[in-house]
Design a protein around this ligand. Sequence first.
Ligand code: C2E
Ligand code: MG
Ligand code: MG
Ligand code: MG
Length: 277
Amino acid sequence: RSKREGRNNYSFFTKEMQISSKRNLELSHALRTALNNNELHLVYQPQISLHNQEVIGAETLLRWTHPEFGNISPAEFIPIAENNGLIIEIGEWVLRSATKQLQIWIDEGIKPFVVSVNLSAIQFRHANLPESISEILKENSLEAKYLELELTESVTAKDPHQAIEIINAINEIGVKISIDDFGTGYSNLSHLKKFKIYKLKIDQSFVQDIKDDQEDRAIVSAIINMSDALGLKTIAEGVETIEQLQYLRSQGCQEVQGYYFSKPLVAEDFISFIKKS
Ligand code: C2E
Ligand code: MG
Ligand code: MG
Ligand code: MG
């Protein structure tokens, strides 16, 4: 009986895998024309300073709406783009579009703020990343200090020596680097000392249950204290409630982003949000 169960599980498993790989293949194929067909767009999530409640930044997040498949999450299509190599072209498009948009806003008289852009591991290791960042900034005549790049811990963990060189080259341009989803990856804390990093982003999984979970409270508090002691800024992600906000504030967290303030917004709505606040 156990054998038969085993076999059933096995065939169920492979069927799931076939479905998922069929979808992956279809998405991989569809992604090739997504840029040219204008299926990709950016949304911007406000980042709020807890000192003065002002919007001090925006995280750029990529969206894909396919005519047949509908909205596809970046959590699903970014790994596909990394596999088929399109992440380089798409990543450059994101950088170019975000910096162009910010320069347009500045030209329109909006008080300048920082836009942050997520970088994939493959983009980070791609030979001419620093040159391509410089070019894109020049193209859009945007000052480097208004751009921040988000890396996850796993991106820097792979080859720390190479990572230091790339991070130094990016710092030389004047672009800031933050560590995304901090606390969930390969937390090699010695990297924090070696890498010239500007900000830690506390992962939303620690923020979610802050109200009731003593351990999460302790972790969040420890990250903020360590970040402070190292001279880094701290931003908490995924803030949805007033209780979460109050705890973060009480622990000295400097910045927050999350649905409590706003979901990621299309450019037009983002500007209305800034003007209202
Ligand atoms: P991430 O960079 O950690 O982005 C944060 C995610 O949390 C976003 O999901 C955002 O919409 C969501 N979020 C923001 N506030 C809240 C909240 O209060 N509650 C909850 N539950 N969620 C919140 P999204 O947009 O689906 O992006 C998922 C991931 O996809 C990102 O995680 C990032 O790793 C990746 N991604 C998105 N855009 C890009 C991109 O342009 N390039 C690269 N390489 N990766 C991207
Ligand atoms: Mg991010
Ligand atoms: Mg994150
Ligand atoms: Mg993430």
